[in-house]
Design a protein around this ligand. Structure first.
Ligand code: FAD
Length: 405
């Protein structure tokens, strides 16, 4: 009898798992139940080159629609799964889809602000292609006062995109320093200065209390320090993993769906990948729920191979990148594991050309290259091989990273 694998999702992790199943030689049926009306697409350009009009629409899709037909992967668009039962999932419309193995790749959704006035028009969140297109149309109109709520990666990328479109931009956030959580004060300040140089105003150490509106449209953001005028608000205050289905099915959950290094959940035959999965990482020796593009690919591959019956393990060093104005950076490592680490900088912070290393117990646990390229593989090697290093070696540009073994 033909085996059937069902994938719930329709994002990058889902599409990658479908591809990997075929690459691994799985010949049974593969059905991808995508909650959105689009074939799987990648999200990073939605706050960068697609939002600013540099990338065209076709470039955001993981594969053209024809690819799924060629690979005999059945894609159901707008197919929202309501429930997982024993050996079948149930769609919102009532259709029951049986499975032998199941992948949950439901991703994450933006955290929403529930404050007075937060239902006013002009308040945007960004997760989907449709969100990005709506925002793109607004940013194309001149003369807006844009307030970005949140000074994390998405908030800052959106501030850069809005400035690039010539808008007046203010960032408001409760932290004293943008990105202080993942990067620490010194490097977070570097990002603040980058944005200030490009004309962004910051109101930090300030919580948002609500929104003012006239005729249903936002006119201001009320903060502890007063009201900031705004006719466009973009909220980027983090995401929450979409675990509802897994929770209702009785799977183990703790900050995402708990999976082992093969990405199997607490129920044999059911797997999870991407933003929704909290995986045991054998190299880092810790659990990791990673909300990044590279993890969606790496975990999608491992889930695909595991479901095809191969012995696959998710042990890639976590990686992500950002582009803001003329700054490009890559980061390897898992920020929650850097809390007690020493930051060592090689390069020129003022010129924003540097490599930063997070060092704990004489080992690199994370590294970030800013406007310096072709070094991230070496950074990953130092982390993976737990190479013994000194701060002096790391700070000295004459010491080749490849010489550290
Ligand atoms: C604007 C933006 C910019 C980003 N920039 C970067 C970046 O620069 N670098 C980086 O590394 N990462 C970036 N990311 C993060 C990266 O895009 C995510 O880590 C990645 O999309 C996760 O993929 P996923 O497949 O796990 O989940 P998602 O992409 O969230 O896909 C999950 C899909 O599942 C669907 N779904 C949910 N529930 C159901 C259900 N019950 N039934 C059917 N379908 C369902 C959802 O509708 C969604 O389409 C960015 C994200 C955003 C939003």
């Amino acid at each position: 009898m033909t085996e059937s694998i069902v994938i719930i999702g329709g994002g990058l992790a889902a599409a990658t798992a479908a591809e990997e199943l075929r690459t691994a030689g799985f010949t049974g049926s593969v059905r991808l139940l995508a909650g959105e009306q689009h074939h799987p697409y990648i999200r990073p350009p939605l706050s960068k080159a697609y939002l600013t009009g540099q990338d065209d629409r076709d470039s955001v899709f993981v594969h053209p629609a024809q690819w799924y037909r060629d690979q005999d992967v059945e894609v159901s668009l707008g197919a929202h799964v309501d429930r997982i039962d024993d050996g079948r999932v149930v769609l919102a419309g009532g259709e029951e889809v049986p499975f032998d193995r199941l992948l949950i790749a439901t991703g994450a959704v933006p955290r929403r602000l529930h404050l007075p006035g937060s239902d006013a028009d002009g308040i945007h969140y960004l997760r989907t292609l449709d969100d990005s297109e709506a925002l793109k149309a607004v940013l194309a109109e001149p003369g807006h006062h844009v307030v970005v709520v949140g000074s994390g990666w998405i908030g800052l990328e959106l501030a850069a995109a809005a400035r690039g479109a010539g808008q007046d931009v203010t960032v408001v956030a409760p932290e004293q320093v943008p990105l202080a959580g993942p990067l620490g004060t010194e490097l977070g300040t570097m990002f603040r200065e980058l944005h200030e140089t490009n004309g962004v105003t910051f109101h930090l150490g300030t919580g948002v209390q609500g929104f003012e509106a006239a005729d249903g449209h936002v006119t201001g953001v009320a903060t502890e320090a007063g009201v900031l005028p705004a006719d466009v608000v973009i909220v980027g205050v983090g995401v929450a993993p979409s675990t509802e289905l897994a929770e209702a099915a009785g799977l183990d959950i703790d900050n995402g769906i708990l999976v082992d290094e093969h990405l199997q959940t607490s129920r044999p035959g059911i797997y999870a990948a991407g933003d929704v999965a909290n995986a045991m990482h054998p190299v880092l020796g810790a659990r990791m729920r990673n909300e990044h593009w590279a993890n969606a690919i790496a975990s999608g591959k491992v889930a695909g191979r595991s479901m095809a019956g191969q012995d696959a393990v998710l042990d890639d060093i976590p990686y992500f990148y950002t582009d803001q104005y003329d700054l490009g950076m890559e980061y390897s490592g898992y920020p929650p594991l850097t809390r007690d680490a020493e930051v060592v900088i090689r390069g020129d912070r003022a010129a924003r050309e540097l490599i930063a290393f997070w060092v704990a117990d004489g080992r690199v646990v994370a590294g970030m290259n800013v406007n310096i390229w072709d070094v991230n593989e070496e950074i990953q090697r130092l982390i993976r091989d737990k190479v013994s290093v000194t701060a002096a070696q790391l700070a000295d540009p004459s010491v080749e990273l490849s010489s550290l073994t």
